[in-house]
Design a protein around this ligand. Structure first.
Ligand code: Q46
Ligand code: ZN
Length: 317
C-alpha cells in the first residue's frame, strides 16, 4: 500500500476514509482534522484562554500537544486521584509533557486534601468510585478554571468515547444526556467554563497511532476502576460494527450532530451553590457538602507546576 499523499510506503490504513498514509502525512492529516474541527464548530476563539484536562493518557496528552503545535497556548489541569502507582505514573507523564511544551499545569491532589484516595472517599459517600471521581473532577477542574481565568476547558474525548457514550444514552433513552454529547457545551459566565472536545472525530486507533508516531510518552495502564465500565462493552460492539462497515462510528456521531440541531435542550432550573457559586440544583453543591463532611474547607487548594517544574501551593478562592 502506498501513501495517498507522497506515494511512499504507507504505514497506516484509514478504512473509514478509504485511504492509507505514511507516518508523516498521517500526522499532518490528523492535526489538520483537529484544526478543521476547532474551526468548523468554533471550539476555541482567538480571545479564549484554553486549558486541557489531562489524565496522563494518550488522548489528553496528545490533544495538549496538538493544540500547542497549532498555536493555541493551552495549559493543563490534572486531578490526582491518589490511586497509588497509577496516579504517580500519570503525574510523571504529565510533568514530562508540560516540560516539553513549556506550559504550566495545575494539580488537584485528592490524597493531600482528603487524606484518602478516591476509592475511600467514594465509600464515605456511599457511591461507586467513578461516581465520586466524576463529581470531584468536574468540580475541581472547573474551580481551577474559574480561579485562574481559563474560559475554555478542553477534554481529550475521542470518537470512540463519544460513540460509546451516545450508544449507552440511546439504549436507555437518557434524554437529559443526549444533548450533552455535543462537542461544545456552553458555560455559565463566572460560574462554569465552556467545555469542548477537539478530538471527537478522531478514533481511538488514530489517536494511539498519533501518540506513538509523535513520541508522546503516556501511561498505557487504564485506571483500575475502569475495568467493569459499561463503556468498554459499548466500544467493543462498535468496533465489531466498524470491522464489517468501516466509517460506522463517524456516521453515528456526525448523524447525531445533524439531528441534535433540531432537538431542544431540556433545561432544568439551574441555580448556584449558596456557598461556592458552582451550578447545582438547589441549595449547596455536592462538593461543598463533601468538604463539610470531611471538615477540610481550610485545606482545599491546588498546586501550580511551572513549565520548569517549580511548584506553588494555592488555596481555592
Ligand atoms: S471515572 Fe472511574 Fe475514570 Fe475516575 S475512577 Fe478511574 S475509571 S478515572 S475517566
Ligand atoms: Zn458549592
Amino acid at each position: 500500500m502506498k501513501c495517498r499523499v507522497c506515494g511512499q510506503d504507507a504505514h497506516i490504513s484509514l478504512r473509514s476514509y478509504n485511504t492509507a498514509l505514511c507516518s508523516q502525512d498521517f500526522i499532518s492529516f490528523l492535526e489538520k482534522r483537529v484544526f478543521d474541527t476547532i474551526q468548523k464548530y468554533n471550539l476555541i476563539g482567538n480571545n479564549d484562554t484554553p486549558i486541557v484536562a489531562v489524565s496522563g493518557g494518550k488522548d489528553s496528552l496528545s490533544v495538549w500537544h496538538i493544540l500547542n503545535k497549532l498555536g493555541y497556548k493551552a495549559d493543563g489541569v490534572y486531578v490526582d486521584l491518589g490511586i497509588g502507582e497509577y496516579s504517580q505514573e500519570s503525574l510523571a507523564k504529565i510533568k514530562k509533557t508540560a516540560e516539553g511544551l513549556q506550559r504550566k499545569f495545575f494539580v488537584f491532589p485528592i490524597r493531600k486534601i482528603f487524606e484518602k484516595g478516591i476509592d475511600e472517599i467514594a465509600k464515605v459517600m456511599r457511591r461507586v468510585p467513578c461516581s465520586a471521581c466524576g463529581m470531584i473532577k468536574r468540580y475541581a477542574i472547573n474551580k481551577v478554571c474559574m480561579d485562574n481565568g481559563y474560559n475554555v476547558l478542553i477534554t481529550g474525548h475521542n470518537l470512540d468515547d463519544e460513540a460509546a457514550a451516545l450508544l449507552g444514552n440511546l439504549l436507555y433513552w437518557k434524554e437529559e444526556y443526549l444533548w450533552k454529547k455535543s462537542p461544545f457545551l456552553d458555560g455559565h459566565e463566572g460560574h462554569l467554563s465552556r467545555k469542548v472536545k477537539p478530538l471527537f472525530l478522531c478514533s481511538e486507533r488514530e489517536m494511539a497511532a498519533y501518540a506513538l508516531i509523535s513520541g508522546i510518552d503516556y501511561i498505557h495502564d487504564e485506571c483500575p476502576f475502569s475495568i467493569n465500565a459499561k463503556s468498554l462493552t459499548y466500544k467493543n460492539i462498535l468496533n465489531n460494527l466498524e470491522e464489517t462497515s468501516p466509517g460506522t462510528k463517524l456516521q453515528f456521531i456526525k448523524g447525531y450532530l445533524k439531528t441534535i440541531k433540531g432537538i431542544e435542550e431540556k433545561k432544568r432550573d439551574i441555580s448556584y451553590c449558596t456557598t461556592c457559586g458552582y451550578p447545582c440544583y438547589g441549595g449547596t453543591c455536592s462538593m461543598c457538602r463533601l468538604l463539610h463532611r470531611f471538615h477540610i474547607k481550610d485545606r482545599i487548594g491546588f498546586e501550580e507546576w511551572g513549565s520548569n517544574l517549580d511548584i506553588t501551593q494555592k488555596m481555592m478562592t
